[in-house]
Design a protein around this ligand. Structure first.
Ligand code: PFF
Length: 509
């Protein structure tokens, strides 16, 4: 018997838990700061309506109909679709490996939060705590050294992740109640502090008041669309797997709107926390440095400037990093769940064993990010996956569903049992057939061009060695793209089961 969510709310919480992750806290506010506040929010909402929500509905609906992880689900749509599914699984594995390390850094900072008491007023020391503890060289050399504290935390991270998913939907269902509500509570506490700081209004103005001239900057569009994609956890094999555990009676259309809106609201809440706090400590201009540094370098400086009372600052540090822990864990386990579901379905393996082995393998591969070269390596992989493979996966998925299949069948599945809100045909078709393929392709081409043309980043002077770009960027991307062929070669010896050959219409209701 296939796993099923115990209730509708469990499914929604699990999907929200996956979507709401570190990206909401560290990418979203920084991008908004960089791109003219309200103008960025406007494009973000537009991209969510036209690309994010329809894609989310599509993945969940296909998962539910086929009761398979991403590759099996996409194969039922079209035989070549299986490849797109395996690329999504590869994205999930690559992201899972380094996300666990970021999660480990968060655990580390949580454990070290007491140190902020001693740093009161000393922004210099606060900003260095993370860098010195992870013992990074900042370059791609330094594989010989290892940060033991990070290694310890990585172990804790993977054990925690494993414990949450070892019993599939049953254990996930129990955990997500806490991992979704706790970060919201923490963010609300931090927001109250932010609001009571001088200059809070100035911070809010920077987040919400649009600077429309920013719309002319193409990087705003690139960043906003990329962020929608990343934030809703699509193209990572997660939502197919989560969809495959959804009950026939569920209303996918309305549930997906709830998931996307919750994700957006929590991003805004994180934005409010960041902008009011930074304005309060006079660091508003530092906000546009989006990226990992927001959580580990910039925010610590704000923490030690919050009050003159050391223990209160330390308490805020605990709340902040605890918030990040609860944000990260359910995203991490969702991504492992997505890949393990796909692999167990394909090879008819025991799900629990598959999950165990996958956690072990991903944990061991993550060791490279614990070395002195780890931060630079993580930066390279993160950029390649986000700028190229995720978007490419999205393109494949929408082209297969929009142009190589009867799109109406997927729409019917989305609207099955939906009374109050049906996904309108024009909206779904417009998005899946036209807007998403065109915009995502444009985005992909843009990213590839900026890779090579002057001022571009990776492979053309990103400051990291060419060899590391080739291995961690191009090779990882290449392996993802051919992963479907690799799996086929491995599976060749086994006979094809009836399930494997089943198309969309052969599946029993
Ligand atoms: N939506 C997640 C976030 O914003 O952090 C993206 C994600 C990343 C999901 C990593 C899962 C994951 F392991």
């Amino acid at each position: 018997m296939r796993d099923k969510w115990s209730s509708r709310s469990t499914f929604i919480l699990a999907a929200v838990g996956s979507a709401v992750g570190l990206g909401n806290a560290w990418r979203f506010p920084g991008l908004a700061a960089k791109h003219g506040g309200g103008a960025f929010l406007f494009v973000y909402v537009l991209a969510m309506l036209l690309i994010g929500i329809p894609l989310l509905m599509m993945e969940i609906a296909i998962g539910r109909r086929t009761r398979q992880g991403a590759p099996g689900a996409m194969r039922a749509v079209n035989k070549t679709g299986e490849h797109a599914g395996w690329i999504a699984v590869s994205n999930g594995i690559a992201i899972g490996i380094y996300y666990a390390v970021v999660f480990a850094w968060v655990i580390l900072m949580f454990l070290l939060s007491f140190k902020f008491a001693g740093f009161t007023g000393d922004t210099e020391s606060a900003s260095k705590l993370w860098i010195t503890t992870i013992n990074t060289t900042g370059t791609t050399s330094g594989f010989g050294t290892i940060s033991w504290p990070v290694l310890g935390c990585l172990l804790i991270a993977w054990i925690a992740c494993y414990l949450c998913i070892r019993n599939g939907t049953t254990s996930v269902g129990k955990v997500v109640k806490y991992t979704v509500s706790l970060p919201v509570i923490c963010l609300l506490i931090l927001a109250v502090r932010g609001f009571t700081m001088p200059g809070a209004m100035e911070g809010l103005a920077k987040l919400f008041v649009p600077d429309w001239s920013a719309l002319g900057d193409s990087t705003l569009w690139v960043d906003a669309i990329g962020q929608v994609f990343y934030s809703l956890s699509v193209a990572m094999a997660i939502m197919f797997a989560y969809g495959s555990f959804v009950d026939e009676k569920a209303n996918i259309a309305i549930d997906c709107v709830i998931i996307a809106v919750s994700d957006f609201v929590i991003s805004l809440l994180a934005g409010i926390v960041m902008f009011t706090t930074m304005a309060g400590v006079g660091m508003l201009d530092n906000m546009s440095a989006s990226g990992i540094s927001t959580a580990f370098i910039i925010y610590p400086q704000a923490i030690v400037s919050l009050t003159k009372v050391p223990w209160i600052n330390a308490a805020f540090a605990y709340v902040f990093y605890f918030c990040l822990i609860t944000l990260a864990i359910d995203s991490l386990f969702s991504i492992v769940e997505g890949s393990s579901t796909a692999i167990a379905d394909k090879f008819k393996l025991n799900k629990k064993k598959t999950t165990t082995v996958l956690c072990l393998i991903e944990g061991v591969l993550g060791l490279i990010f614990v070395t002195g070269a780890g931060l630079a390596c993580l930066d390279i992989v993160d950029n390649f996956v986000n700028s190229y493979t995720l978007i490419l996966t999205g393109i494949f998925e929408v082209i297969i569903v929009g142009w190589c299949f009867k799109t109406s069948k997927v729409l019917d599945q989305i609207n099955l049992n939906t009374q109050n809100f049906k996904m309108p045909k024009w909206w779904f078709y417009l998005s899946i057939k036209f807007v998403a393929p065109v915009i995502l392709t444009a985005l992909f081409v843009w990213n590839v061009v900026s890779l090579f043309v002057g001022g571009g980043i990776y492979g053309a002077g990103d400051g990291y060695s060419l060899l590391s770009n080739i291995i961690l960027g191009w090779l990882v991307m290449g392996l993802s793209l051919i992963s479907g062929f690799i799996v086929k070669a491995i599976a060749k010896s086994g006979k094809k089961s009836a399930e494997e050959e089943a198309g969309w219409d052969d599946i029993k209701e």
